[in-house]
Design a protein around this ligand. Structure first.
Ligand code: C5P
Length: 428
C-alpha cells in the first residue's frame, strides 16, 4: 500500500493511543492500523473485545504494538499488561476500529460488561470510532439512534465508507482504510490541541445558531431545509480556538460537537428562539448561521395525517403556515445588544437581497452565500462568501468552511473589535 502519510510532524507523535478492536471482519486490518500509528510516533496499547479474537490474534497485535494485548475483563494473568483503570488514565485518545453495531450500542447505553466497554466508561479521553458493519445494520434506526447519542456526548465518528462489503453487499458500512483513519485522527488531534490563545476573542461570549430547524406537521412529518450545519460549526470551532466562550445552539445535524464548545440542541425555530434569549445576556457577538424555517404549520396534527380515501389524480391538501419569529432581528433589537452577524443564502438578486436583509433586520454585517451553485453552500465542505456591512463589502473565494470561518472572523474583528483592545494574533 502506498501511504499518503508523512510522519515527521504528526500530531500523533508521543501520544498514548488506546486502540480498541471489536469483533468485525475489518479487524483483519487492525495490525496495519497499529503499524501506522507506531510509524507516526504514537504509543499504542491494544484492547480487544472477547470475540474480536476470532478475527485477529493477540499474537499479531502484540508483535506490531510491542505491548501485551488484553481482551478479558477478568484476565488476572495479564501481568505484562496494564490494569484497566491504569489504561483508562494512560490514554490520550481511545480509538475504536473497527467499531461494530454491538459495540456502539454498548457505548451508547453505558455498558461495562467487557474490558473495552469498561475502559471507555472509565476514561476521560476523547473517543474516536471507525464503524464497520453491514449496510443495513448501519442504516438501522437503532444504530443511527445510538450513533446520534454518542455524537451528542462528544464522540467522533470516522466514516464509515461506502463500497463493497465482506457480506457481498455494496453500501455504507465499510471501515475507513487504516491510512485514512490515521489522517483523520491526526486532524482531530491537531485541531483539538490548537491553543485557546492567541485569544483574540478571549473574554468574549459568542452565541451561534447553526443547522436547520424542523417544524412539525404531524407526529411523523416536518418542514425543514438542506442546511448541514457545517459552516456554523466551523465558526464555533474557530471562535473557541481564539479563546471565545462559545455557545452553539444547533438544529438537528449529524456533526460532532467541536471540542470546548457548549452545544445546545433544539429542533424548532421557537425552541431556538427561547435558547437564544436564554443565552443573550452578556453576549458580545451573535452569529445567526442557522437556516431558520420562515414558517411553521399553524396547527400540528396529533395523529398522522392520512391520505384521503377519495384521493384522485389531482387530490391536494392545504397546509396553513404561520410566520416564525425572526430570531436575529430580535437579537439586533435587544438592548444592550451584541454585534449581530447574519447569513443570507440567496439564489437570485443576491447582493441586493442580502443588503436589504442587513438593513431590515438591523444587523452589523451579513455574510452572503450564493446557494444556486452546487459546489458550495448548503451541504458542501466548501463555501465562498461575501461579507457585507453598512459601508462596504469583501469577497472571499471558494475554500473550506473552516478556513472561511477564520477569514470571516478576522474581518469581523477588524470591523467591529479593532477599536477595543484585541490581543495580537499570531500570523496564520
Ligand atoms: O432566512 P433569512 O434569509 O431571512 O436569514 C437571514 C438571517 O436571519 C440568517 O442569519 C438567519 O440565521 C436569520 N434568521 C433568523 N430567524 C428567522 C429567519 C432567519 O434568525 N426566522
Amino acid at each position: 500500500m502506498t501511504s499518503k502519510i508523512a510522519n515527521s510532524s504528526s500530531s500523533l507523535r508521543g501520544k498514548n493511543i488506546l486502540l480498541g478492536i471489536s469483533a468485525g471482519i475489518a479487524a483483519y486490518k487492525s495490525p496495519e492500523l497499529v503499524r501506522l500509528l507506531k510509524k507516526q510516533g504514537a504509543n499504542v496499547q491494544v484492547v480487544t473485545t472477547p470475540s474480536a479474537e476470532k478475527f485477529v490474534t493477540h499474537t499479531a497485535l502484540q508483535a506490531v504494538s510491542g505491548n501485551a494485548v488484553r481482551g478479558d475483563l477478568w484476565d488476572e494473568n495479564a501481568e505484562a499488561a496494564m490494569g484497566h483503570i491504569e489504561l483508562a488514565r494512560w490514554a490520550d485518545i481511545i480509538l475504536i476500529a473497527p467499531a461494530t453495531a454491538n459495540f456502539i450500542s454498548d457505548i451508547a447505553t453505558g455498558r461495562a460488561d467487557s474490558l473495552l466497554a469498561t475502559l471507555c466508561l472509565a476514561s476521560e479521553a476523547p473517543l474516536l470510532l471507525a464503524p464497520a458493519m453491514n449496510r443495513v445494520m448501519w442504516e438501522n434506526r437503532a444504530t443511527q439512534h445510538n450513533v446520534k447519542t454518542i455524537l451528542e456526548r462528544g464522540a467522533i465518528i470516522l466514516g464509515p465508507d461506502d463500497g463493497e462489503q465482506a457480506c457481498g453487499e455494496v453500501g455504507l458500512g465499510r471501515m475507513k482504510e487504516p491510512d485514512q483513519i490515521i489522517i483523520e485522527a491526526e486532524q482531530y488531534l491537531a485541531q483539538s490541541s490548537q491553543p485557546a490563545s492567541p485569544g483574540t476573542l478571549s473574554g468574549k461570549k459568542i452565541v451561534i445558531t447553526a443547522g436547520p430547524t424542523r417544524e412539525p406537521i404531524d407526529p411523523v412529518r416536518y418542514i425543514s431545509n438542506y442546511s448541514s450545519g457545517k459552516q456554523g460549526y466551523a465558526i464555533a470551532l474557530a471562535a473557541k480556538n481564539r479563546g471565545g466562550q462559545v455557545i452553539l445552539i444547533s438544529g438537528p445535524v449529524n456533526l460532532p460537537t467541536p471540542i470546548g464548545v457548549n452545544r445546545i440542541d433544539v429542533s424548532t425555530a421557537q425552541e431556538m428562539q427561547s435558547e437564544v434569549k436564554r443565552h443573550l445576556e452578556n453576549c458580545d457577538i451573535f452569529f445567526g448561521v442557522a437556516a431558520v424555517a420562515d414558517y411553521r404549520p399553524l396547527t400540528i396534527a396529533s395523529d398522522k395525517i392520512k391520505k384521503s380515501k377519495s384521493s384522485g389524480k389531482n387530490a391536494s391538501i392545504k397546509l396553513e403556515l404561520e410566520e416564525n419569529p425572526d430570531i436575529i432581528a430580535e437579537v439586533a433589537k435587544a438592548r444592550p445588544r451584541p454585534i449581530a452577524i447574519g447569513f443570507a443564502a440567496e439564489t437570485q438578486a443576491i447582493e441586493k437581497n442580502a443588503r436589504d436583509k442587513l438593513m431590515a433586520k438591523g444587523l452589523d454585517a451579513i455574510i452572503l452565500n450564493d446557494v444556486s451553485k452546487d459546489d458550495i453552500g448548503f451541504n458542501s465542505d466548501e463555501n465562498a462568501a461575501t461579507i457585507i456591512w453598512r459601508d462596504g463589502k469583501s469577497h472571499y473565494q471558494k475554500q473550506s468552511k473552516s478556513s472561511l470561518a477564520e477569514v470571516l472572523i478576522d474581518k469581523i474583528e477588524d470591523l467591529f473589535l479593532s477599536q477595543e483592545e484585541v490581543p495580537q494574533k499570531e500570523v496564520r
